[in-house]
Design a protein around this ligand. Structure first.
Ligand SMILES: *Cc1c(COP(=O)(O)O)cnc(C)c1O
Length: 350
């Protein structure tokens, strides 16, 4: 990656912005009588210790996470879900009605929604029919106004990982920032793009606590990038974007990384078993290879199957109307008993 100058890619007013300075920014010591933040000194209604504002930069979590991920704590941003990271990236880099993001459908829906909310134009370069990047088409679209490219690997809803050589070509040629969303990386045998952060100053890698960690209810997403880029995101984030309860729970969970690995192993075993069982059903046309915790399944009359499953109280995601996904259902890998329920219902339909 040559000639990437972050200060020229970030929006000028973000470069110049003076961020909100919280009480905890101005005095960060832990000992003392704290009469600086208008907190309630008596405690919390309902019990627990939530009367103090949380650490605006979640330093304890980042210290632990940095070790697990092999980065520096200053290379980490934590958001209220990956959704917040997506929104802040768009707001940091794209001038509304002027600059653009590029996405590669079929992919995760939030990139477009977040761009739409921010009045930022979305360019689409669809994946090829085998769900890989059309690199030449993407490179043709990468002009000075295309500030962000969102790639998702393993991709939702297709389940496959993108080819690393393709992603690197985009990283090399992009004039703006390339975001690789790795929400499903823990279910994949592929190496994380985090290892390429030192080589590409225009790379942002996103991960989440919502999938492998089983903490979707917490709303905690991660973004990894250069300290300079993370610095700009920190400038524009809401000061206390990660609440105290979430910070405590995340810290506790990070201390139990082995349980996460065990859960992932079990889900991978279920994914294999579920794929084999689904393959044996007569109307299933194709099970796409998956590096994620779901299977994309091409099936005759997908919408009818979807509706019949709903009537049996088994809910999957109907992706039939999504480009390149005609007659496809996206099925999350459940527990053994949930998967058996699904298979039983499907067999009853045929
Ligand atoms: C599930 C998912 C996420 C997670 O989003 P959160 O806001 O962190 O829950 C991010 N990206 C993709 C592609 C996903 O499928």
């Amino acid at each position: 990656m040559s000639g990437f100058d972050l200060s020229k890619v970030i929006r000028p007013h973000v470069l110049a912005l003076k961020p909100y300075s919280s009480a905890r920014d101005e005095y960060s010591g832990h000992e003392g009588v704290f009469l600086d933040a208008n907190e309630n000194p008596l405690g919390s209604v309902g019990g627990g210790n939530y009367n103090r504002y949380p650490d605006p930069y979640q330093q304890e979590i980042k210290k632990k996470l940095a070790i697990i991920k092999g980065v520096q704590p200053q290379q980490i941003f934590l958001g209220n879900g990956s959704d917040e990271a997506i929104d802040l990236l768009i707001r940091a880099f794209c001038e509304p009605k002027e600059e653009k993001i590029l996405i590669t459908p079929p992919t995760y829906g939030m990139y477009r929604v977040s761009a739409d909310v921010n009045l930022v134009e979305v360019k689409e370069v669809p994946l090829s029919p085998d769900f890989n990047l059309q690199v030449d088409e993407i490179l043709k679209e990468l002009d000075e106004l295309t500030k962000l490219v969102f790639l998702c690997s393993p991709n939702n809803p297709t389940g496959n990982s993108l080819r690393k050589a393709d992603v690197e070509k985009v990283l090399e040629k992009a004039k703006g920032v390339v975001v690789v969303d790795e929400a499903y990386i823990d279910f994949s045998a592929e190496e994380s793009y985090i290892t390429l952060l030192d080589r590409y100053p225009n790379l942002v890698v996103m991960q989440t606590f919502s999938k492998a960690w089983g903490l979707a209810g917490l709303r905690l997403g991660m973004a990894f990038a250069s300290p300079e880029l993370i610095g700009f995101i920190n400038k524009i984030k809401p000061p206390y974007n990660i609440n105290q309860l979430t910070q405590e729970k995340a810290l506790e969970s990070l201390g139990q990384y082995t349980s996460q690995k065990k859960m992932v192993e079990e889900i991978l075993k279920e994914r294999k078993g579920l794929a084999e069982e689904l393959k044996s059903l007569p109307t299933v046309r194709k099970i796409y290879p998956s590096d994620a915790n779901f299977l994309l399944v091409k099936i005759d009359d997908a919408t009818e199957v979807y509706n019949k499953l709903v009537s049996k109280h088994v809910i999957v995601r109907n992706r039939s109307s999504v480009q390149l996904c005609a007659d496809c259902l996206r099925i999350t890998v459940g527990s053994k008993s949930e998967n058996n329920e699904l298979l039983k219902s499907l067999r009853e339909l045929f």
